[in-house]
Design a protein around this ligand. Sequence first.
Ligand code: ADP
Ligand code: ASP
Ligand code: MG
Length: 838
Amino acid sequence: MAAKRRRAGSDVRLEVWKFGGASLADATAVANAVSLVRAHRGPLLVVVSALAGVTDSLLDGARRSAAGVPEAASAAAAVFLRRHRDLAQALVPAGAARRRLLALADAQAREYREIAHAMSALADLSARASDTLVARGERAASALFATALASTGRRAERVDAAAIVATDGRHGQAAPDLDETRRLSRGLLLPLLKRGVVPVVPGFIGSAPDGTVATLGRGGSDLTATILARCLGASRVVLWKDVPGILTADPRAVPDARLLPQMHHREAAEVAYFGAKVLHPRALIPLDGSRITLHVRSFVEPTRPGTEVSTRRTLAHYPVKALATIRGQSLVTVAGKGMMGVPGIAARTFAAVHAAGLSVSTIFQSSSESSIGFTLSELEAERAVAALRASFRSEIETGLIDGVGARHGVAVIAVVGHGMAGAPGIAARVFSALAARRINVIAIAQGSSELNISFVVEEAQAAEAARAVHGAFQLSKIGGGRALEKPRTDVVLLGFGRVGRPLAEMAAVHGEGRIRIVAALDRSGYVFDPRGLARRRIQRLAEGKDRGELLADLGGRRATAAEALRSISAHAVTHPVLVDLTAEETTDLLSEALGQGFDLVLANKRPLAGSPAAYRRLFEAVAASGRRVRYEATVGAGHPVLDTIRKLVETGDRVLRIEGCVSGTLGYVLSALEEGRAFSEAVREAVRLAYAEPDPREDLSGQDVLRKGLILARLLGYEGPVPKAESLVPAALRSIPRASFLAQMSRLDDAWRRRVAAETARGRVLRYVVVATSRSVQAGLRSLPRESLLGALTGTRNLLSFTTRRYRTEPLVVAGPGAGPEVTAAGVLNDIQSLGTE
Ligand code: ADP
Ligand code: ASP
Ligand code: MG
């Protein structure tokens, strides 16, 4: 009733649109958002969050500064300033409006730096100080958006959220005060709307009763949009995101997640509460009891309807509609046989937790009733345990309660759907799907609303558990049984050198629009566009790299690789694949990427050819994450070596021994020697033709061949240590500078000439051969008859022969051109494609 009365005084056609960080990633994205607004007819209020990554970066700078590293705040301020300046210059024509914007960005960056520096002496960042600092992200973005919109001729005005969104002042987690916000927002915004102005409001922030800025919790712009929609009596809220809408599960964990065309308010609320990042956990509360519909839509494909969240009930034949996962949780339990039948233990448990200012995500009760448990953020678990131990001290002393404990590193998965209430056997289906995959369920809760069942698993098994339940309820069939989008693969390149460019070209030509390069990383930073880097941009980056420049200076952002991956995976990528094109030790980074939902494709041999322990760690991380890894290009470049092994094994054969020549450089040099050329000359030529690394000792040392051999042997079951390769570089020349080596190389010419002549006289040739079995790996020079399989090999060609149970007398042979950037890129692309089709 109250809602009806209020709506009477509002414009029922009003819409509230929120643009999230991903839709404000760069100038193209903001221009796109502005043009969507411009094209809309009817009254509109716009809420914007900070530009992609800005909140993270401001928070990080503030925290590190408070921890005694003020330079971190200076760096964050500099990045903040640069990004806002660049966008202002790109989006707003020169003139007074642009100058005001630039001055504002300047002032904001300076204040941020000064406040953060002042706090660096305090060693602790209070939630209040953090809110003050981080509010700049939304404030700057809204100023930019309003000015850019106004410059297109649409009447727009920025209105600060502190003036219209009132909160309870719990910094970092503030809850809106709806009545006060209604009064303030109507007073300020309705007159503007009446005049046809589009108010542009920063999301995420509001005012505390003491006048300071308070944030609504991460992702809070969603909540700003729904609060204002409710207060103004809008007809709908549209959240523009980088996903097509709300999906049946997090697409990063469940690749075949599907778009839900419609969801009931309460279902969506449940999904949001249980951690689906797509909606702030409390975003739907303000809409409760109203008829305001909420739409989650894709800013990449704005003509598609996305997901409607409303009071309708559709998809009745799907008792379960969606899954959500809260990660980073601890399960805290209060246990004891004596608890049975003692009234008030549960109440006292939650009273103690509440008194410590902590909030619990889900409550679990074991079937025996001899324990009670709940989950909450891992960061708060120790405080909860301490509060409970204090509160139950006497019961613990008398043995009524055995103890209070916490299990860290768990995740809560919620299975959500309206139809669950009436459908029998839902829980049984959930748990048998988990049992079939041998996933251990640590605790179970059935929500009192019967809108969800939730359970706790080890965090490392969360993604697999989600996939199991998703499959059991055939959620990939929602929406007519077909994928609403072509299955797509978003590729992130780690390293952008000789292979990156041809790979990008080939993906554009042969990827059928399904493979998009969304980001490239180097040691300076990264470039990222969730819609895929345009070919021309890739071209320009490649040219810059050829000139020796770094990505951070070519329009990218400065960040470590780990930071870059975190920020990329937080944005949305569909079926992300990390392609390692470096030659570095990247195991830790790869493990982290797996945890963030990336599949891996490696052209880099190092992570696979390190110590046995490191190798095991990598594959344990692969297994735990449920992701996949491919590395064909590490051994055969473009031709199918690993694939051959896989096919042989799949058809019941057993590979006993693999032997061959796998170095284009060494093949080239040894053939050139047979033609009578000098060693030094042949090596120089190999470098010039880019067969060899710039420092040819990398190839001459045999290391590279050995690594390939080790990768092969490990596939056959080799678990021994990393052996030594026979090096063609004499000990005295191994650690001198590259230039001196190149200059002194001719000292080796005579010895090589004599050695090759002696072989030739006997009808033999030298080849650098690798042999891999399950028990050993060797890499070294061999003297072979000229007419043998390997002896007849010329130039850079590679050849591997497989002796197997079936091919015992006459081995199976795979041969092809040796590695070059194009061939390697083709191998990598093939791996990426194979991940997409499985
Ligand atoms: P915004 O740009 O509006 O802040 P978010 O990044 O917060 O948007 O939310 C969108 C992201 O939420 C997606 O990129 C996706 O990775 C993640 N996500 C998690 N669960 C779901 C789900 N069930 N449906 C859609 N997206 C989801
Ligand atoms: N910028 C804030 C965040 O990153 C709020 C939001 O995006 O909604 O959490
Ligand atoms: Mg968000």
